[in-house]
Design a protein around this ligand. Structure first.
Ligand code: FAD
Ligand code: SF4
Ligand code: SF4
Length: 462
């Protein structure tokens, strides 16, 4: 029977004043009973509008129907026809702007919690599934994938299932891209990412870490080594800075560096000797997911006052609603309509403050967002011993600067044919943040999957 409750079945989570002192996952996921209760809210709509909101078209009503029947492994099979990382997407997809934004239950109440159900199904599978993964028969063709983020992993997994021999080259010592070094443990446990990666390895995907392509080997050398096609999924890991006075002071971090030290180099664990400043007062500049992650991580490292400094209002913040909500609950202080103009240092070159100016919103800019304008004479100083800059990332130029024929646009994003993900160089495909600029996990996965299909067609047509 349909559950006509207008609100989502709540998901248990740690209390804010407990979780802001540890790195354990905030939400513990649905129990079987909760999942059945939430799945019963789905109306199994004939025209399934929810699917149109999902960038990879997960057959949402079909998987929820299986959950209603208690057939959780069947539900997993349905989801994985479209998404190769459901335990990740169920946790980090901006569902409120994607699948859930189109759900009809959202018209008179809250949408069905598609993300939580997806997470439940994926976690159930990870806990109960038979570990054996059948390795497909080889088709004798070799493909190289550069970068092991969601784009590269999805491309590799899709090709491996078709019988290709796939080698993933990763610059870092651990595979997973932003899933490992960016998104913190309390939002996405690293064991889950590693489990998804071990499934790929069982499919036969070879992952070579500490391999910076463009330095250790070039793209052309990969072709010389017998790879018939190359997929570039190198992400957008080059942090942008504001260009204001004092950005070189000790205590100024890019969010990437700060989060990498915490997530990949485990700075929060006593037994790891990772150098990191443990600031008492921190200003995080930016309003996206990256800023929220940096602010919430700083709290967990022991900071007393953590400020989000954002030059527009909360309505314009690009971060997921859930992240903003969680950050506020945990005690992050929001300094909205505030723009940094100078990082202040002491005689030792260390950060002691951030000078900001208050803003008002003026006319909309070309993108439709109201342009912030400085209020004269409204300068103020936040006393901080660290400033974390989280105002966006750009693609790293290494691959295209060391490979002739791969063209990029003015923002440094690799140019591809949108349907085939083919770059301007024969046999080279690209997708994910290196093509779009900083975007989302599910979009990167979708691009990796599309590229794999095109690579298959390309190699078969040779
Ligand atoms: P990446 O994940 O960046 O992976 C690229 C990989 O390529 C990296 O491992 C890198 O080391 C490797 N590489 C780079 N250059 C080379 C080279 N020359 N040779 C070999 N390897 C190389 N998205 C969401 O959907 N929801 C969220 O909640 C969310 N939160 C985020 C929080 C943070 C802190 C960050 C930084 C991003 C977040 N995102 C989120 C965005 C999302 O993680 C990215 O859009 C996604 O990871 C892009 O995938 P990708 O595979 O293109 O690149
Ligand atoms: Fe929604 Fe993301 Fe799952 Fe698609 S992959 S159904 S957008 S949670
Ligand atoms: Fe279920 Fe909502 Fe999709 Fe309808 S739109 S099938 S209620 S998830």
């Amino acid at each position: 029977m349909t559950n006509m409750c207008p609100t989502k079945t709540p998901m248990p989570e740690q209390a804010p004043n407990v979780r802001n002192k540890n790195f354990d996952e905030v939400a513990s996921g649905y129990t079987v009973e909760m999942a059945l209760n939430e799945a019963a809210r789905c109306l199994n709509c004939k025209n399934h509008p929810c699917i149109t909101g999902c960038p990879v078209s997960v057959p949402i009503p079909n998987f929820i129907e299986q959950v209603v029947k208690g057939e959780f492994e069947e539900a997993y099979k349905v989801i994985t026809t479209a998404s190769s990382l459901p335990a990740v997407c169920g946790r980090v997809c901006p569902q409120e702007a994607q699948c859930e934004s189109k759900c009809v239950r959202g018209i008179k109440g809250e949408s069905v919690s598609i993300g939580r159900l997806e997470r439940f199904v994926a976690d159930y599978h990870l806990q109960h599934a038979d570990e054996a993964v059948e390795k497909p028969e080889s088709n004798g063709h070799k493909v190289a994938v550069i970068g092991s983020g969601p784009a590269g992993l999805t491309c590799a997994g899709t090709l491996a299932k078709m019988g290709y021999s796939v080698t993933v080259f990763e610059a870092f010592h651990t595979a997973g891209g932003v899933l490992m070094y960016g998104i913190p443990e309390f939002r996405l446990p690293k064991a889950i990412v590693q489990k998804e990666i071990s499934t790929l390895k069982k499919l036969g995907v070879d992952i070579e870490t500490n391999m910076v392509i463009g330095k250790v080997l070039s793209v052309d050398e990969l072709f010389e080594d017998g790879f018939e096609a190359v997929f570039v999924g190198t992400g957008a890991g080059l942090p942008n800075f504001m260009g204001i006075e004092g950005e070189g002071l000790i205590g100024v971090y890019s969010a990437n560096e700060f989060l990498t030290r915490i997530n990949l180099m485990k700075a929060y664990k006593e037994e790891y000797d990772t150098p990191i400043i443990r600031p008492k007062n921190v200003a995080v500049v930016g309003g996206g997911n990256v800023a929220m992650d940096a602010a919430r991580s700083a709290l967990r490292l022991g900071a007393e006052n953590v400020y989000i400094v954002y030059r527009r209002s909360e309505d314009e913040m690009p971060a997921r609603n859930e992240e903003i909500h969680h950050a506020k609950e945990e005690g992050v202080i929001f300094k909205l309509l505030s723009n940094p103009i100078r990082v202040i240092g002491n005689d030792d070159g260390k950060v002691v403050g951030l000078e900001c100016v208050e803003m008002v919103l003026g006319e909309p800019d070309a993108g439709g967002r109201r342009r912030p304008v400085a209020k004269e004479g409204s300068n103020f100083v936040l006393n901080t011993d660290a400033v974390i800059i989280a105002i966006g990332n750009s693609p790293n130029p290494l691959i295209r600067s060391t490979t002739e024929g791969i063209e990029a646009n003015a923002k440094g994003c690799i140019i591809v044919d949108e349907n085939t993900m083919k770059t301007t160089k024969e046999g080279v495909y690209a997708g994910g943040d290196t093509v779009t600029g900083a975007a989302t996990v599910i979009k990167a996965m979708g691009a990796g999957r599309n590229a794999a299909k095109s690579i298959d067609e390309y190699i078969k047509s040779k």
